[in-house]
Design a protein. Structure first.
Length: 201
């Protein structure tokens, strides 16, 4: 292994990747495993958030793969070319299974969160006496439900925003059950709420 292949290790936990080759292989493996185009920032955020690779190293390795035509632009994301697929299939054993699994689960979680954020928007607006939190729940192009909630301070507004983004489906189910007086739906919403823990962070 040459010195140029060693990575900048700041922020990398034990078990993380210490070579640029490993990072490139893992990126190809992730694009192959997800089976649909993935945005660059989702890949790099997953590697960084799991402390598997430094953000700048991950971003640089991603660019290397693109410049070497191992990956290609595909809509809003990226996918593998034939050479990238070969890397993913022939060299994936070079990266530990635990690393691949951790990165894959994080990428899938980020993709799902991006989908939820796109379909369910929330905005905080300052008012004369506090803050208004405006929430919209959608299903693709259909707006299912929207509401505005007044709160007296910014911390409560942030709490509402975070928990709305975490559980838009539960909120919609709870409101629908109240407006339709559907007791079974209300019980289902309550059960969902007990399984979900609100966060104040």
């Amino acid at each position: 292994m040459t010195a140029d292949n060693n990575t900048f290790e700041a922020g990398i936990l034990p078990g993380g990747m210490r070579s640029r080759d490993e990072i490139r292989i893992l990126i190809c493996y992730l694009l192959k495993s997800v089976k649909k185009p993935v945005k660059k920032d989702i890949i790099t955020e997953a590697l960084q958030s799991e402390a598997l690779a430094n953000y700048f190293e991950a971003s640089s390795c991603f660019d290397d793969l693109y410049n070497n035509k191992n990956i290609k632009k595909d809509g809003e994301g990226y996918s593998l070319t034939e050479s990238g697929t070969m890397i993913a299939e022939q060299l994936e054993t070079e990266v530990a299974y635990s690393v691949k699994e951790k990165a894959f689960l994080c990428v899938m979680s980020l993709i799902e969160q991006e989908k939820l954020d796109r379909e369910n928007s929330v905005k905080i607006s300052k008012t004369a006496n506090g803050y208004t939190v405006s929430c919209v729940i959608s299903d693709r192009d259909i707006k299912l439900y929207s509401f505005e909630l007044y709160v007296p301070d910014y911390e409560q507004a942030r709490l509402v925003k975070r928990n709305f983004r975490k559980n838009p489906e539960i909120i919609y189910k709870a409101m629908l059950s109240l407006l339709t007086t559907d007791k079974k739906l209300a019980a289902s919403a309550l059960e969902d709420m007990t399984r979900s823990r609100p966060t104040a962070n």
